[in-house]
Design a protein around this ligand. Sequence first.
Ligand SMILES: Nc1nc2c(ncn2[C@@H]2O[C@H](COP(=O)(O)OP(=O)(O)OP(=O)(O)O)[C@@H](O)[C@H]2O)c(=O)[nH]1
Ligand SMILES: [Mg+2]
Length: 355
Amino acid sequence: MVGGGKRSGTSLPLSRDEPLQGDIEPMPPRRVDPLVLADAVLRGERTALARAITLVESTRADDRDAAECLLARLLPGAGGATRLGISGAPGVGKSTFIEAFGLMLIAAGHRVAVLAVDPSSKQAGGSILGDKTRMPKLAQAAAAFIRPSPAGGTLGGVARRTGEAILVAEAAGFDIVIVETVGVGQSETTVADMVDLFLLLIAPGGGDELQGIKRGIVELADLVVVTKDDGDLAPAARRAVADYRHALRLFSPGEGGDWVEAVSVSALTGKGLDRVWTIALQRLDRARANGGFVARRAGQAQAALWREIGDGLIERFHADKGAARALRGLEVKVAAGKLTPAAAARQALNAFARE
Ligand SMILES: Nc1nc2c(ncn2[C@@H]2O[C@H](COP(=O)(O)OP(=O)(O)OP(=O)(O)O)[C@@H](O)[C@H]2O)c(=O)[nH]1
Ligand SMILES: [Mg+2]
């Protein structure tokens, strides 16, 4: 007997705990047991990796429980990768750079995961979908994994769960994880706060040399990479490197005593790509030796803890009926200038705490 939700005459009563055999819906893919999924991730299965990232990025409350169960299982196998952040203005050449750089790393025996977060697209798709097609060779490579992520639930424009997606990729055996984001809003800050080394990509010419310095994001960079050092753009690229080298000397060296360096690359000819990797390795080696590496990761984990607490509190606040009731009137008063925002916030928070 099929359909109508009716079960055949000899079936067991519905109150029994065991699963109903024969007439249950096939389990939807997202309802997979998180521990089974975790083991598949640890075996390096790509579909499991993709599914696990989807699970940690899910905003559903019941998925969060499963995601935490999954992450608890994966955590001992995570943390081993070199985490690189790559940011830069739209069109600077991020995707093209990552394709060429990633292929170079794979040729050297690495396994490379790319998590591309696009804060300018509100959902999966947008220019992000184009990213796989702009890294066609890397997308095909068995030792690479490219994951465009929606920026839903954004944290300064970066997907809130990108930090967890990094852990999942590491547990799946990727020893280099690249987080790519378009440099708009707060996205660079958030990415810089998740990686071991942050590369700021700058386009040559266009009269906007020192654009990164003007925007105050160079302080976040561990390495400034001027792109498109080839053909007609080569002279402008070299000028930009010289300008940045000069300007970067005005900043004090970072905690490890490292000055921020500027180099130029061409993703088309491959020029400078190995130099970027050499500098990256040197800096990471020094950071490991002087304790900076461990301190940076520990600081990042603590900052993430506080971000999660902040986000969680705000979510709870919005879901709170007492606070919502209090807030309705308060917002009107604040907008009309009859109450200061601080006083209104205090009243709303008091209403929240009482609930
Ligand atoms: N000459 C030259 N052009 C390049 C190089 N790298 C990228 N380009 C070109 O610059 C344009 C933008 O490259 P993308 O890699 O898509 O840039 P992006 O930063 O990922 O762009 P968004 O994802 O839109 O922010 C494309 O037309 C590329 O062909 C390079 O090394 N040399
Ligand atoms: Mg791109």
